[in-house]
Design a binder for this molecule. Structure first.
Ligand code: TXA
Ligand code: MG
Length: 343
């Protein structure tokens, strides 16, 4: 398939919107990560997304809107708490799970009675939606790979697979949106992202965090969100997450230095490490770490690293989103350091 490379200029967005209206698939920038978009109300078009990504058919997609009036096409029930969250965080990196209207083809939601809705803040995504329709769009990576946060990443994964790719430069947030379900009481966080659990609670009161955000599913356990059960964000290299302070992290990594060993670390640690490393950002700047994470996971493979030691972030604020992606990239391999070290 020929893949058109487009910019965010008005003429190119019009071309992309035309492709969408004809049932094509287009990779578009959003403020979180790049998405692979199709007309959300066209089941045949949505099917192409699953094929292009190699995505399992039971993993539902997020529908992106660019006007609150589009909500009515997607769900018949937009409760008060959803309205409050929309007012506080849309447009932005928040996805809400609500009952699915019969107008949304079942394939979008992998047959679930619910639908995930998000109003992105990226101007190019908004323009594309306004000139076409609500867009079903998962992250624009091949299934299982780290989400693309730069134009180069999307090209690597989607050349020859999408009808077009829109170059929107680097994504501002760098991790995917926060996903919250409003079908449970209290509402439950299913995937942490740029909007934190603390921010959500400030607006709607109690919000629980699904246990599977930080731990693997148990044998036979049904996931609240199908995406939880798949291996995600993983480079080819083996990622090992080290939990402990800076001194313990540096000591452990240096003791395990060797061929093909690299580290994802805090900026403060780079000078002390005796292995090749990539700093995600200062230990205190978790927004920066979120922004750098996926590029660093891809970078580990580009550098030919076989084993990657990553320093575990705190599980609060945006740190929870970074931890959630890292622990999945590591296949839940976490080694506690210091006093509790288990060898
Ligand atoms: O920031 C983002 O959310 C990006 C950009 C492109 O908007 N999109 C994204 O989509 O990350 P994707 O498909 O990679 O992740 C969507 C997650 C998956 O874990 C999926 O299982 C979950 O949301 N999800 C989608 N619809 C759902 C539903 N109806 N119920 C429960 N979980 C759902
Ligand atoms: Mg994804």
């Amino acid at each position: 398939m020929e893949t058109k490379l487009l910019t965010t200029c008005a003429k190119d967005i019009a071309i992309a919107a035309g492709l969408i209206r004809q049932g094509g698939i287009v990779a578009m920038p959003t403020e979180t990560v790049y998405g692979l978009a199709a007309d959300a109300l066209n089941g045949e078009a949505v099917k192409k997304i699953f094929a292009a990504k190699g995505r399992p058919a039971d993993n539902p997609l997020i529908v992106h809107i660019a006007n609150l009036s589009q909500i009515g096409e997607l769900t018949d029930d937009f409760p008060e708490k959803a309205r409050l969250l929309a007012e506080a965080f849309w447009p932005g990196p928040l996805t809400m799970i609500l009952p699915r209207s019969s107008r949304v083809p079942p394939i979008v939601s992998a047959g679930l009675p619910t639908v995930a809705i998000r109003f992105p803040s990226h101007p190019a995504a908004q323009r594309l939606i306004r000139e076409s329709c609500p867009l079903a769009a998962p992250s624009a990576n091949l299934s299982g790979s780290p989400s693309p946060t730069t134009f180069r990443h999307v090209r690597e994964d989607m050349m020859g697979r999408a009808d077009a790719i829109i170059d929107g430069g680097d994504c501002a947030v760098g991790v995917e949106s926060t996903v919250i379900t409003l079908l449970s009481d209290p509402p439950r966080l299913l995937r942490p992202g740029g909007i934190t659990a603390e921010q959500l609670r400030d607006v709607i009161g109690p919000v629980t965090v699904d246990e599977a955000v930080c731990r693997p599913l148990r044998e036979g356990e049904a996931p609240a969100s199908p995406g939880m059960k798949y291996k995600h964000y993983a480079p080819c290299a083996q990622v090992i997450l080290l939990q402990g302070g800076e001194d313990d992290f540096v000591a452990y990594v240096n003791a395990h230095a060797g061929d093909g060993v690299g580290a994802l670390c805090d900026s403060e640690e780079t000078a002390r490490l005796q292995v090749p490393c990539m700093a995600l950002g200062p230990a205190e700047d978790l927004e920066k770490q979120a922004h750098e994470l996926f590029a660093a996971l891809r970078g580990a493979d580009e550098r030919g690293w076989k084993t990657v030691y990553a320093h575990c972030p705190p599980q609060t604020g945006v740190g929870l989103a970074v931890y959630n992606r890292m622990v999945r990239a590591a296949g839940f391999c976490v080694i506690p350091l210091g006093k509790e070290e288990v060898v």
